[in-house]
Design a protein around this ligand. Sequence first.
Ligand SMILES: CC(C)(COP(=O)(O)OP(=O)(O)OC[C@H]1O[C@@H](n2cnc3c(N)ncnc32)[C@H](O)[C@@H]1OP(=O)(O)O)[C@@H](O)C(=O)NCCC(=O)NCCS
Length: 168
Amino acid sequence: MSILSIEARRASTADAFGVAAVHDASWRQAYTGIIPHMSLNTMIRRRDAQWWARAIRHSTRILVLETLGQIVGYATLGQNRVSALSQQGEVYELYLMPEYQGVGLGKKLFLAARQELEAIGLKGCVVWALEDNVQATQFYANAGGMDIAEGTETFNGKSLNKLAFAWG
Ligand SMILES: CC(C)(COP(=O)(O)OP(=O)(O)OC[C@H]1O[C@@H](n2cnc3c(N)ncnc32)[C@H](O)[C@@H]1OP(=O)(O)O)[C@@H](O)C(=O)NCCC(=O)NCCS
C-alpha cells in the first residue's frame, strides 16, 4: 500500500491557474444560496489566473496544497485587519476543492497557515467566516477557535452576518 503525502507550500506564479480553479469551485460550492448570484459571479470572475499571478508576485502570502500535479487547496494570510482585535495574524481565506474536503486537508492547511503566521512574527490568529457558512463555522469551532466578534458584509443589498474566531 502506498500513502500519498500532501504538504503545504508557498505558492509560485506557476500555481496561479490551479489556485483560480480552487477559488472558482470552492466559492461556488460554499456560497451558492448564501451570497447573491450576481455578486458571487462577479467576485469569482475577478479572481482569474492573472489576478492570482499578480497576487502571488506582489507577495501576498499564499500557501497551497498540491497532489498529483493539481492544486487542491489554498490559504492566504497576513496581518489582522481589525485593530480592535488583539491577535496580530489573520488567515484571510482557506479553501479546498469540494472533492478534497472532509479528509483532514483543511486541518493540515490551517495549521500550516498558523505556523506561517508565527514564522513571520505575527502572534495569535483570527479568521472571519460568514455565519451561514456552517461548514466553516463548525470547522473553526472544532479547531478550538473562540467566537470573539461579529460583523456584517453586504452583497448586492443582502446583509450577511460574519463571525470572528480567534486563537491565542
Ligand atoms: C472549511 C474547510 C476548509 C475545512 O476543511 P476540511 O478538509 O473539509 O476539514 P477537515 O477534514 O480537515 O476537518 C478537520 C476537523 O474538522 C471537523 N470538521 C470538518 N468539517 C466539519 C463540519 N462541517 N462539522 C463539524 N466538524 C467538521 C472534522 O471532523 C475534523 O475533526 P477532527 O480534527 O476532530 O478530526 C473545507 O471544508 C472547505 O474548503 N470548505 C469550503 C470553503 C470554506 O467554507 N472555507 C472557509 C471560508 S471562511
